[in-house]
Structure formats: structure tokens, C-alpha cells
Design a protein around this ligand. Sequence first.
Ligand code: HEM
Length: 408
Amino acid sequence: MSGSTMQAAELFSAQYFQDPYPSFAWLRENSPVHEFTFPVGDVRMWCVTRYEDVRAVLADPRFSPESATWGNEAFRQAGLVTGAGSVLEAAVTVVDPPAHTRLRRLAMQAFTPRRITRWRETVVRRVDETLRACAAREQFDVMGDFAGPVSAAVMGEILGLTIERHQDLVDALEQAFPSDAALMDRVPEGFARICAYAEELVRAKRGRPAADLTSALVTAEEEGDRLSEDELTAMVAAMIMAGSDTVRAFVGNAVLALLDHPAQRQLLVSRPDLTPCAVEELLRFDGALSTALFRIATTDVELHGTPIPAGSPVIAALLSANRDPAQFSDPDRLDLTRSPNRHLGLGHGLHNCLGAALARVEAEVALPALFRRFPDLTLALPREEVRYIENWAMRRIVRLPVHRGGAR
Ligand code: HEM
């Protein structure tokens, strides 16, 4: 077996999901534009792992996320087109300009500095409530009792979600982002349920606008242009999907990184001025999205001498780019003072994270608050037993039980 074939088996293997970094290091060195077979539908794909290539692919219009238009037959047949058959096929996340430019501009109208300041207050309140509940117990699960409730409560309040249907939405999200490739066939139903929920919410807010993001999207207007009913549904569904699980996953990864690095954790607690810089480093060190959404080559492309035929899916490995020694000195070291830090944890190019301001606020509030409240927080399971879900795009810890120690 050639070295390259050997690694192909390791990308998206059970071992890879638990620790993808050794595979990425090997790929960056030996096969930077790596052809392999995706585990779902046996589709031929290419994975780029070097910082400069990941950045280039995300900024190059020859690589489009509009997979419904550009994806080859094998890709479509495998059911890998995001939101196929639903309004999500035309969501901001997956369309090319000029449709993307228009949707993004209208959405950005809702992300005003004033609103972001108000969201910080929401986050502070929700984090505080959640930590109070955690303090009532000797042991709690960072994922299930902290990261999960904080991200869901913040997104729920900001979008103006209705509480009665909350569990239904959580279940639909689990279905849309399965923790195991064997559950891929349930994904379209998960997407459909989220869209139905978003549609209902948009209807409710149109009738009774409030001070939430959904209402702001309903009324967003630029030069007489507004989002249509389907576009609104897709936008709200995209926010629900892009904005809750990512935050949950990121907070979990960041907490573990800080538990693993006591001196850095101490720095976070003792130097509040460092918080924004610390969050950037945590996003670099172990972000929530292993890869960007699929990009499709819209034409025959050659990268480092490797031909990629038109219609082929390309995976941009964000976590790998963020550990590339050609870009970051000593990349496997967590250094909360690292600067400059042009990481790709929130993406790059036209489709970079639309909710980046909110994501940063959530992490900037939640992480120092947790470690300030529980200065003696320790893992309540052996380190090697921390497990990650087996999802190709999301890097999320399953459970992270901790002893809280004394609380402040
Ligand atoms: C720590 C949490 C988060 C992480 C790590 C994250 C990461 C990312 C990344 C890497 C992308 C680019 C994907 C690509 O190019 O294929 C992206 C896009 C996006 N994110 Fe986030 N995100 C986070 C939180 C949020 C939140 C809170 C929201 C909503 C309020 C949000 C909404 C979006 C949307 C709508 C897009 C698509 C933008 C476009 O295509 O123009 N994200 N995010």
C-alpha cells in the first residue's frame, strides 16, 4: 500500500475523529492536495490541508459552495448537497454571487453594533444562570450542563425562538448533524424539520415583530429590496444551524484546552485584558469546524500539480490550516498571547462566519466566567476517555464531566 493510500484510509476513520492532527500533519507534508474516497457514497474528493491552500480555496471563485449547481453526479447521488430539495439549497451559506452578495448584505443589516452590545448582556445573563445551576452540583458535564444550555439559550433568546418547541428543535439538529455516518439518511428530514420551524417563526414574527434577530431579518431592507418568504426561512434556518452547535462545540473544545494547560488557564483568569486575544488563540488551537462546507471545482483546476476535474468536491481542512507550522510558530502550543493570529477558525473569504461577532462574545463571556467561578475545576474522567462525535465537519466532545471543586 502506498503512503498516500494508507492515509486516505485514516481521513475520517474512527481514529481520525478522536485526533485528526497527526493525519493533518502527515497530509500537509506528504500529500497537500489529497485525493481520497469520502466514506458516504464512495465519492472521490480532494482535501487541502496547508494554510495557504485552505485560504486560497476559500477565496477563489473557482471553488464554489453552490454544490446543487456545480456538484458532479456522484456527489449528488450520495445525498451530499446541503439542504437538497429544501429552501436551504439557496441559503446564504451555499450560494454564489450575486445572490450571495444580496443575501449577505440584507442579513448584515441585522447585525448592528447596538444589537451586538445588547446580545452581550443576554450572554452574560444566560452564562450566569447556567453557572448557578452548575454550582449546585459537585460534578457536572461541561457539554450537557454548560456549553449546550448556554449556546441554546443565547440563540433561542436572540432569534426569539418559542420555548415550547425547544426540545423538538434540539432533536431536529441532532438529526441534521448526525454523530455517526450511519445516520446520514436521516439528514434531509432533520433539515426539513428545521425549515418548518424557521417558517413558523418567521410567520409569527411578521405578525408580531419584537426586538429579536428574526424580526430584524423580517424588516431588513436595502434600497427597497427585502428577503422573500423562502429566503427568510432559509436565513433563519441557516442561523439556527450555524449558530448553536458550533458555539456548543467550540466552548467544549476551549474548556478542555484550558484544563490541559493550567498556566494558560491561570492567565485567562488573571488577565481580563487578554480575553479577546485568548479567544482567537482558542479558535485556532481547536476550533469547532474541522472543515469548511464542501467546495466544488466549477472548472478543471490544478493545485500544486494535482488536477481537480470540474464538478469535484474539495474539502478545506480548517483545523489543519490552523496548525500549519509554515504559518504559525510552534503551532501545537497553546499561547493565549499569540499575535498576530490570522487563524481560519471562522472561515475566510466571502462566506466567512456571518455570526463571528456573536460567536466571539459568547466565548469571551463564557470561558473566563466558568474558570473564575470554579478555580479548582478538574476533569472527572481519565483524559484518554474524552471522546469526540464522528462527524466530518464538526469537532465536538460528547461528554466532558468535571468536578467543580470550591465555587466563588
Ligand atoms: C464558535 C462558533 C462558530 C464557529 C466556529 C463558526 C464557524 C464558521 C465558519 C468556519 C464558517 C465558514 C464556512 C464555510 O466557508 O464553508 C461560518 C459561516 C457562517 N456562520 Fe459561523 N461559526 C460560529 C458561530 C456562528 C453563529 C453564532 C452564527 C449566527 C448568529 C453563525 C452564522 C454563520 C453563517 C450564517 C455562515 C455562512 C456565511 C456565508 O456563507 O456568507 N456562526 N461559520
